[in-house]
Design a protein around this ligand. Structure first.
Ligand code: ATP
Length: 204
């Protein structure tokens, strides 16, 4: 099965694009969704996080206080590495288990930190959703309370736009794409991935 890695900077439109593949009945395995499920109330990973970061990272109801944890890890690289050491291997193992259960021509694996975690070697083809940094900031601000500065520091903690584009097999320009233009582009890529799968030459 052809594994297409979908990636892009924060707020570029990965979820918007992966939803369009879902509409075409293509399975999407989303690393962010898996990470969320892994730290849900009662999950072993949450306990591990508490052991490392202390009870302060919990909200009153015992669930993970994401904003607090995010503030800690974005201001301290060592803390970020500690969190990643707990979560990334678990996310990867869960992703592999989910892929093994699939029986499709191809699947989309959405991994925001595809390059940063060196998971690019694990997929057959890389699809990058791209837009300018100013657009990323504007979109993230629209749906959160983050300041320009904090969004810029999140963007700076990821690989550069140039790096991502250089290593992409396919690119969706989501700068100012309308819904119908995006859907049309996704349909074209869908046909391309079906053709590649039919040839039995992943990544070619
Ligand atoms: P994150 O990295 O934070 O998970 P993402 O890459 O998954 O983000 P989306 O959630 O798909 O990005 O999009 C970010 C925001 O931008 C959403 O509010 C979405 O509705 C909006 N958006 C996405 N594409 C467009 C577009 N072409 N025009 C206008 N708004 C858009």
């Amino acid at each position: 099965m052809l594994k297409v890695g979908l990636t892009g900077g924060i707020g570029c439109g990965k979820t918007t694009v992966s939803n369009l593949f879902t509409e075409l009945n293509i399975p999407v395995i989303d690393a962010d969704d898996i990470a969320h499920q892994l730290v849900a109330l009662g999950q072993p990973a949450l306990l591990e996080i508490v052991n490392v970061f202390g009870n302060a990272i919990l909200s009153i109801d015992g669930s993970l206080n994401r904003n607090y944890l995010r503030a800690i890890v974005f201001s301290d690289t060592k803390q970020k590495q500690k969190l990643e050491a707990i979560l990334h291997p678990l996310v990867f193992t869960t992703m592999q288990e989910k892929i093994e259960q699939l029986n499709n021509t191809y699947c989309i694996i959405s991994i925001p930190l595809l390059f940063e975690t060196a998971r690019n070697r694990f997929v057959d083809r890389i699809l990058v959703v791209d837009c300018p940094i100013e657009t990323q900031i504007e979109r993230v601000k629209r749906r959160s309370d983050f300041t320009d500065a904090s969004i810029r520091s999140m963007i700076a903690s990821q690989v550069s736009r140039k790096y991502r584009l250089k290593h992409a097999d396919d690119v969706i320009d989501n700068s100012d794409a309308t819904d119908s233009k995006l859907a049309e582009h996704v349909k074209k890529l869908h046909n391309l991935y079906l053709s590649i799968s039919a040839l039995g030459q992943p990544g070619s």
